[in-house]
Write a protein that binds this ligand. Structure first.
Ligand code: NAI
Length: 253
């Protein structure tokens, strides 16, 4: 099956690194004009410049998804750069500081949920305002295997990721008859700078031992998540909405 995004526009948040960057590149290679948004605006612009130098259409946008004004401006900038919005991957996310629920501060909880949960809602809100007017679109929200199972000392992250499933299903129901599909992807252990940061923060053993519980006995690559996102945004998945697809080497079954 040949998935093409010729004459289409894709928006990716958290696009300066890891899964977001790989997905932005995959959209560009499939023919889309791509808006790469990231709180690290300089890295987003550099990534967009690299795509442009390779002959693709791209724009880099600074956006903190926990800031409603930034999110509204991000969608406006995307549409003003390329004239429409066909696909959106709401991927920006951060890890939590490991702490038991009883010891987690309200500040840390708010920091994680404002990006990983409210940020996804904020992006959907403004993307959907545009897509419903356009009369078409596909959104994929980035959950996690942490959106399907619990884990000690990670309640804020896992709670936020679980919440994404409710946001996804509710929006999917709202727009099912309006040619707009909303799905989620649940990455397993994917080798990215986020995982490298977790290892640097003392979680090396936890990351290594996790591989023993992955049926495929390996971590995933960012490109393997990008492939699922492109499929979910493409006409190849035209009868799929409100779903959460695990891409995790069989970890959660
Ligand atoms: P990463 O750390 O490599 O990339 C995340 C990007 O998001 C960075 O460029 C960062 O600057 C950006 N970002 C952070 N806060 C932001 C904000 N407030 N607004 C806009 N951009 C922001 O991480 P990775 O691994 O690529 O993660 C991407 C998504 O995948 C996240 O939602 C993460 O929770 C999820 N995920 C990752 C897994 C993994 O094993 N790497 C496993 C399951 C889910």
């Amino acid at each position: 099956m040949n998935i093409s995004f010729e004459n289409q526009v894709a928006l990716v948040t958290g696009a300066a690194s890891g899964i977001g960057l790989a997905t932005a590149k995959a959209f560009a290679q499939a023919g889309a004009a791509v808006a790469l948004a990231d709180v690290n605006g300089e890295a987003a612009r550099t990534a967009a410049d690299e795509l442009k130098a390779a002959g693709f259409q791209a724009v880099g946008i600074r956006c903190d998804v926990s800031d409603m004004n930034d999110v509204e401006a991000m969608v406006k900038q995307t549409v003003s750069a390329f004239g429409r919005l066909d696909a959106a991957f709401n991927n920006a996310g951060i890890q939590n500081i490991l702490a038991e629920t009883a010891d987690t501060t309200a500040e840390d909880f708010d920091r994680v949920t404002s990006v990983n949960y409210r940020g996804v809602w904020a992006c959907m809100k403004h993307e959907l305002q545009y897509m419903r007017q356009q009369g078409s679109g596909a959104i994929v929200n980035c959950s996690s295997l942490g959106g399907l199972v619990g884990a000690a000392e990670r309640a804020s992250y896992h709670g936020a990721k679980h919440g994404i499933h409710g946001l996804t299903k509710s929006a999917a129901l709202e727009y099912a008859t309006r040619n707009i599909r909303v799905n989620a992807v649940c990455p397993g252990l994917i080798w990215t700078p986020m995982v490298e940061q977790m290892i640097a923060n003392g979680q090396k053993q936890a990351m290594e031992s996790m591989v023993d519980f992955i049926p495929m006995r390996r971590h995933g690559r960012a490109e393997e998540i990008a492939n699922a996102v492109l499929w979910l945004c493409s006409s190849a998945s035209s009868y799929v909405t409100g779903q959460a697809i695990s891409v995790d080497g069989g970890y959660v079954m």
